[in-house]
Unconditional design. Structure first.
Length: 251
C-alpha cells in the first residue's frame, strides 16, 4: 500500500459574480511510496497550489479522494482535522511562517506544545532536530536575527519535529539565494535519506533535479513524470528542462 494515494482528483471553482466554472484539477491520480522524494512542477495556474492545498487538507476536492496510509483525509471530522494535520503532515513554506515573537527553539517546538507532548520529550526532540540540521547554536536567537537560509532550516526543523508521515514543501527555495537554496536542498536530501518522505512543489529546475521523481502538471492534468533511476543530477536537470520546454510549446 502506498503512503499517499491520490485518486482521480477533480477541483472545480465557481466564480463569485457569474455562473462560470474553473476546473483547476482534472482527474489527477498518482501515488507516493514511503521514503520517496517527489517534486511537482508546472507553470503558474497549472493547478500545483490547488493540489497542494488539497493534500494539506486546507481545501476539499470536488471529486476523488486522498488516502494517507489508507485513511481518506476528507473523511476526518472537522474537530479532528487540525490534530491529524499537525501530527501526520509537515509543512515548509516559501516565506518561512515563523512567529517573530518566539525564539528559534520555541518556534520549533510549537507543534509539540499544541499536541501536549511532555516538556522533557519536547526538549529532547528539539535539540536532536536542531543538531541534525546544523542550527543548534541558533536555538536562543529570534527570527529577525537569522538569514533567510537559517530561517528556512528552522522552518524545516519545526516541520519534522512531530515526525510526520510526509513533508509538504511549497516553493521552499523561492525566497533564498543560490547558496542558501543549495544548503536547504542538501538538508532535504539528508532527511530523505533517513526515511522522511518529501513532496515538494517548485518552479526551480535545480531543486526538482534533486528529487527521485518529478511530476509535471499542465492545465490541471498530470502531463508527464520523470524517474531519477541512475541519472546524474546534471542529466536529471537536462531532462526536466527539456520537458518544461515541450510543455511550453517549444520543440
Amino acid at each position: 500500500m502506498p503512503l499517499l494515494d491520490v485518486q482521480h482528483l477533480q477541483k472545480i471553482y465557481k466564480t463569485r459574480f457569474s455562473s462560470n466554472q474553473v476546473e483547476a484539477l482534472k482527474d489527477i491520480h498518482f501515488s507516493i511510496e514511503e521514503g520517496e522524494y517527489v517534486a511537482i512542477m508546472g507553470e503558474s495556474g497549472s493547478g500545483k497550489s490547488t493540489l497542494l492545498n488539497i493534500l494539506a487538507m486546507l481545501d476539499a476536492p470536488t471529486s476523488g479522494q486522498v488516502l494517507l496510509k489508507g485513511i481518506n483525509t476528507q473523511s476526518i471530522k472537522a474537530k479532528d482535522a487540525s490534530a491529524f494535520r499537525r501530527e501526520k503532515l509537515g509543512f515548509v513554506f516559501q516565506d518561512f511562517n515563523l512567529l517573530d515573537t518566539l525564539s528559534v527553539k520555541d518556534n520549533v517546538v510549537l507543534p509539540l506544545v499544541l499536541s501536549r507532548v511532555p516538556i522533557s520529550e519536547m526538549n529532547k526532540r528539539m535539540l536532536q532536530v536542531l543538531e541534525r540540521l546544523g542550527i543548534a547554536s541558533l536555538k536562543d536567537k529570534m527570527p529577525y536575527e537569522l538569514s533567510g537560509g537559517q530561517k528556512q532550516r528552522v522552518a524545516v526543523a519545526r516541520a519534522i519535529i512531530s515526525q510526520p508521515e510526509i513533508l509538504l514543501a511549497d516553493e521552499p527555495t523561492g525566497a533564498l539565494d543560490s547558496k542558501s537554496s543549495a544548503t536547504l536542498l542538501d538538508v532535504f536530501e539528508t532527511i530523505n535519506q533517513t526515511g522522511q518522505t518529501i513532496l515538494m512543489v517548485t518552479h526551480s529546475t535545480s531543486a526538482a533535479s534533486r528529487a527521485s521523481r518529478v511530476l509535471f502538471i499542465k492545465d490541471g492534468k498530470l502531463y508527464n513524470q520523470i524517474f531519477r533511476g541512475d541519472k546524474t543530477e546534471r542529466q536529471m536537470f537536462q531532462q526536466i528542462s527539456d520537458t518544461l520546454t515541450v510543455m511550453a510549446g517549444g520543440e
